[in-house]
Design a protein around this ligand. Structure first.
Ligand SMILES: C[S@@+](CC[C@H](N)C(=O)[O-])C[C@H]1O[C@@H](n2cnc3c(N)ncnc32)[C@H](O)[C@@H]1O
Length: 356
């Protein structure tokens, strides 16, 4: 490899996706988002990167992005537009303006002419409203001289200890070929479970912890060792004070269970799909979302800390989340698991180096 490849991250959030690119050796020049605190987290964790607070609906934002790149060649645009409009769990509104935000990715690409574009979203984007958005993305790629390959990826297949399915559209300049997705590295039965992911962290049972705590156990799995990566002080690992009612209800849910496993009349205040879910120690967690109410630790009668969610999303322990707890949970839940980002970035290198 003869030069450092560059990327910009649109709808960067805290930068889970681009952190994976950074780990694969890319220089992430810019992160663009309209949430200030997420950009602060982004800047804190990306070397020599700038966070730009812009509304990507606005045409003026496209100009601001081009200015901020300062004429530098950008090799890759990565983007995870908001997915609420496509989510099968949200209210489906075809006219939700968030559904059209992906157009901004192509407006930026038109000006920067990158070699590759990757767009990530929830699987719902492929099917809802007759697959309109999918067809649009493929059409725009073709019109702009890119091949486009969309594929659903299942995070546990790539070593992430979390059930998370997302669609990735990888567009390559036509002379670079058609992107082939990396083969899974693990299969069912080999997936990393919650205990191997977070079992070495302080339990926060008698002590809710504070913003900085020490590790009180040795790492006992390869995954934990990888996440610690020589890190000494643990941050973002603060417990939640639950009511006696919550503790009483969740104590009755077995590992891997949910509200359906509760005796009649217990926990009736929350009956929806994921309510009172307790993770299973030997299995990947449920999809980490932006809230922190419904999922509980596989062993302790409390919700996971931000750091535990971050581990389940494959953020290493030295990746710090800024803002209040709600903002931190949101940043973690919104992110592409860095490990998945890294696997894709490494695969992409095979196509981009072809030119150099
Ligand atoms: C799914 S998250 C992206 C997460 C990111 N890819 C990661 O890996 O961490 C979507 C992001 O889009 C941002 N966003 C929503 N509407 C926006 C807009 N109009 N302009 C810019 N950013 C927007 C949100 O603040 C949020 O951080």
């Amino acid at each position: 490899m003869s030069k450092i490849l560059t990327a910009i991250d649109l709808f960067s959030g805290c930068g889970g996706f681009s952190y994976g690119f950074q780990q694969a050796g890319f220089h992430v020049v810019l992160g663009v988002d309209n949430t200030e605190v997420a950009l602060k987290t982004f800047e804190k964790n990306h070397k020599n990167s700038k966070g730009l607070n812009l509304d990507l609906h606005k045409e003026s934002s496209i100009d601001a992005i081009i200015d901020a790149t300062g004429g530098k060649q950008i090799d890759v645009i990565i983007a995870g537009p908001p997915c609420q409009g496509f989510s099968l769990t949200g209210t489906r509104n075809e006219n939700d303006e968030r559904n059209s935000l992906f157009y901004s990715v192509f407006r930026v690409a038109e000006r920067l002419n990158p070699k590759a574009i990757i767009i990530e979203n929830v699987p719902g984007l492929l099917k809802l409203y007759g697959g309109k958005a999918k067809k649009e993305i493929i059409r725009l790629c073709d019109e702009m001289g890119y091949t486009c390959n969309p594929q659903l990826l299942y995070a546990p297949d790539y070593g992430v200890p979390q059930i998370r399915k997302r669609v990735f559209f990888v567009a390559l300049k036509k002379d670079l070929g058609i992107f082939e997705f990396p083969e899974p590295i693990l299969k069912e039965g080999e997936y990393i479970g919650c205990e191997d992911a977070i079992g070495d962290l302080p339990d926060l049972v008698s002590d809710l912890g504070k913003e900085e705590v020490a590790y009180d156990k040795k790492a006992f799995s390869d995954y934990q060792k990888m996440m610690r990566n020589g890190n000494k002080v643990l941050k973002n690992h603060v417990g939640t004070q639950h009511t006696d009612h919550v503790i009483n209800v969740i104590s009755q849910v077995p590992e891997g269970g949910n509200h359906k496993d509760l005796p009649m009349g217990v926990g009736d205040s929350r009956k929806f799909n994921e309510a009172w879910t307790r993770y299973h120690s030997k299995k990947p967690s449920k999809t980490i979302d932006t809230g922190h109410r419904n999922h509980f630790h596989y062993k302790w009668n409390r919700v996971p800390s931000v750091r535990e969610n971050a581990r389940l999303q494959s953020f290493p322990d030295d990746f710090l989340f800024l803002g209040n707890k709600t903002e931190q949970y949101r940043q973690v839940g919104n992110a592409v698991p860095p490990l998945l980002g890294k696997v894709l970035a490494e695969q992409l290198l095979k196509y981009l180096n072809y030119e150099i």
